[in-house]
Design a protein around this ligand. Structure first.
Ligand code: AMP
Length: 204
């Protein structure tokens, strides 16, 4: 159940191509991460796309969202009520959905988004990555999932994924559904063909 939504359904920006960004609720030690988060938010706004994310104020999540808002993007945050005490909500979001559970949050993120972009993060980010990637495997959705392997952050995970494929637990075709890039620019460029034709389309 959605307890709170700020924007008006008639806001034309609510129909733009929506990228859901999953990333850390912490900033990480390397100052490059927050710079890359900022670059991601800016680049989404400059393409006139929307941002959907976990609504948090802090960490890489906050850096992406603040930059997107500052650059004029429509930003939707979705968060379970109980988590707002641990991860305070970023003020100024265009749309804020307060849900009851993590599961509801993920369902709404999948419904509202046209694509998923994963930046560096911790176990929450990994959980979200696997949720949307396995969603492709089970045909729960057919939306692109991009892993931005910035500065080789996800190299150990990609090694494991190669091992799983080598051992026959992951098919090469499922493996190839995860689009891996080494820069934010490449990641967003890879999403451009999916954005074509979305503007002005689906009611959400
Ligand atoms: P982290 O990568 O651990 O910093 O977390 C990034 C985001 O993932 C935060 O907004 C967390 O609340 C969220 N998260 C943590 N656990 C889960 C989960 N089980 N399902 C969905 N999101 C989660």
């Amino acid at each position: 159940m959605i307890d709170h939504a700020i924007d008006s359904p008639s806001d034309p920006r609510a129909r733009l191509f929506a990228v859901c960004v999953f990333c850390g609720s912490r900033l990480g030690h390397d100052p490059d991460w927050s710079a890359m988060g900022h670059e991601t938010g800016q680049a989404i706004a400059q393409r006139q796309w929307r941002l959907v994310y976990g609504a948090g104020r802090w960490g890489l999540m906050g850096a992406v969202a603040k930059a997107a808002l500052d650059e004029g993007a429509h930003v939707t945050g979705i968060i379970p009520d109980y988590l707002t005490k641990i991860e305070p909500v970023l003020p100024g979001l265009d749309r804020l959905e307060i849900v009851q559970t993590m599961i509801e949050r993920k369902v709404r993120m999948m419904e509202l988004s046209d694509a998923f972009l994963v930046l560096p993060g911790g176990i929450g980010t990994l959980e979200e990555l696997f949720e949307v990637w396995t969603g492709l495997q089970t045909h729960a959705h057919e939306k692109p999932v991009v892993l931005a392997n910035l500065k080789g952050y996800y190299d150990p995970l990609l090694n494991f994924i190669n091992k799983a494929t080598h051992e026959g637990f992951l098919t090469p075709s499922q493996k190839s559904r995860l689009l891996v890039t080494s820069s934010i620019h490449e990641a967003l460029q890879g999403l451009e063909p999916f954005a074509f034709g979305i503007t002005g389309a689906a009611e959400r």
